[in-house]
Design a protein around this ligand. Structure first.
Ligand code: ADP
Ligand code: MG
Length: 422
């Protein structure tokens, strides 16, 4: 995939209507609907501010949650959950949509920008069209949740064209959604000159740079819960990394595959052959593959479980590995010391429990002390680094969970591929 894409700086937006795809998929309080974390809205500000300063009229859009776009499919979904279809009203469906309105995002965005954000009542309906037509340079409006349109997730060309018709330029800054080929993330680019905003530009520059032309040695740290969810990442990084470090729950499948005792640890028995293949492949390629030498085991999956350190492959029955051990920490921290680039995906243990966060924290600290380019991808890994207080010590924490994984898998990202090549 070509990571070298045109950005907002490569295109004239003065006096133009710009359709800006953002990732405003913010977490909300279930009961009140209040936005519980506005990080994604704040992350979009530099691109928005730039466009407004350049004299563009900004038509922002985003999805939020997973609304059911038609009454018929709403009835079907509820029936699947065991509800009597006859008892389901259109009112109830509309209420479910209202909960996923972007109106609260418009309010928060307006506070952050210190200027009015005009909220449209629909995506490509009469209200959106009228407001877009009247929008002046330096003004910003927000379309309703793009997933209120059933054509969004199907990448319906008619919807994409209707959105594009309101604008003259398309800017995508929703990195968290670029792995999806939807009307607002990819389809619109068929009808408008399409460029990236600053968020996507940074992701492409840093992650794309590390994958295509890394400063070596390139060390990949892979952890998290399952081997099966990281196959693509392991396969791809095996082709480009100099060292691969395995931690987290997936390490026990590697250990079991080598004949180790893993007790009650997370084990994907079906993936043992794959694990052995990976070890073999790494040896053939001359990639250094590091596996844990010791592990912190617990007598239950709980924050206050009893714990002790045992050698890798010697976990007694009734115990489960929840973190890498002190010897492994030393080994792994040493391995990143002289790295040129470190790509990290997947925590080293169950960091949500403070007693089992030591491995993840030690690795985060080691990264914070290297001069390497340090890149964190994956939703939980980003959360771990933030929670442990190392966020501002990393070169880059990806803003897209699923998107960053697919990026590291070397997959083509539809929302990036559709942008103009630089
Ligand atoms: P990411 O979202 O960064 O890609 P994953 O979703 O793959 O990461 O993995 C994160 C989860 O893995 C965390 O919730 C963590 O608790 C879990 N995990 C890490 N180590 C273990 C372990 N030894 N046993 C069970 N779960 C683990
Ligand atoms: Mg995850």
């Amino acid at each position: 995939m070509n990571y070298n894409k045109k950005t907002v700086k490569d295109i004239d937006v003065k006096g133009k209507k710009v359709l800006l795809r953002c990732d405003f998929n913010v977490p909300q309080d279930k009961a009140t609907g209040a936005i519980t974390d506005d990080k994604r809205i704040r992350a979009a500000l530099p691109t928005i501010q730039y466009l407004l300063d350049q004299g563009a009229a900004v038509i922002a859009c985003s999805h939020l949650g997973k609304p059911v776009a038609t009454f018929d499919s709403y009835v079907k979904k509820q029936a699947e959950k065991g509800k009597d279809p006859a008892s389901i009203t259109e009112e109830e469906w509309k209420k479910s949509l209202k909960k996923l309105s972007l109106a609260p995002v418009a309010v928060r965005l307006s506070e952050l920008l210190g200027k009015d954000v005009i909220m449209a009542a629909d995506v490509v309906g009469d209200d959106a069209k009228a407001k877009a037509a009247a929008l002046q340079p330096g003004q910003i409006m927000l379309l309703e949740n793009t997933r209120f349109e059933k054509g969004e997730t199907k990448n319906d060309p008619a919807l994409a064209k209707a959105m594009a018709d309101m604008a003259e330029v398309y800017v995508s800054d929703a990195f968290g959604a670029v792995h999806r080929a939807h009307a607002s993330t990819a389809g619109v680019a068929d009808y408008l000159p399409a460029v990236s905003g600053f968020l996507i530009q940074k992701e492409l520059e840093i992650i794309g740079g590390a994958l295509a032309n890394p400063k070596r040695p390139l060390v990949a740290i892979l952890g998290g819960s399952k081997v099966s969810s990281k196959i693509g990442v392991i396969n791809n990084l095996l082709e480009i990394a100099d060292t691969i470090i395995i931690g987290g729950g997936m390490a026990y499948t590697f250990s079991a595959a080598q004949g180790g005792k893993v007790g009650d640890s997370l084990l994907e028995a079906d993936w043992q052959d794959y694990a052995n293949d990976m070890v073999k492949k790494a040896a053939e390629k001359g990639v250094k593959l590091l596996l844990p030498v010791d592990t912190v085991v617990a007598n239950a999956f709980a924050a206050d479980a009893e714990s002790k350190v045992v050698k890798n492959g010697e976990i007694p029955d009734g115990w489960q590995g929840l973190d890498i051990g002190p010897e492994t920490i030393k080994l792994y921290c040493d391995a990143v010391k002289d790295a040129g680039t470190v790509i990290w995906n997947g925590p080293m243990g169950v960091f949500e429990f403070p007693a089992f966060a030591k491995g993840t924290e030690a690795v985060a600290e080691a990264l914070s002390q290297t001069s390497a380019i340090t890149i964190i991808g994956g939703g939980d890994s980003a959360a771990a680094v933030q929670q442990l207080g190392y966020a501002d010590k990393m070169t880059h924490i990806s803003t897209g969970g699923g998107a960053s994984l697919e990026f590291m898998e070397g997959k083509e990202l539809p929302g990036v591929a559709c942008l103009l090549d630089a």
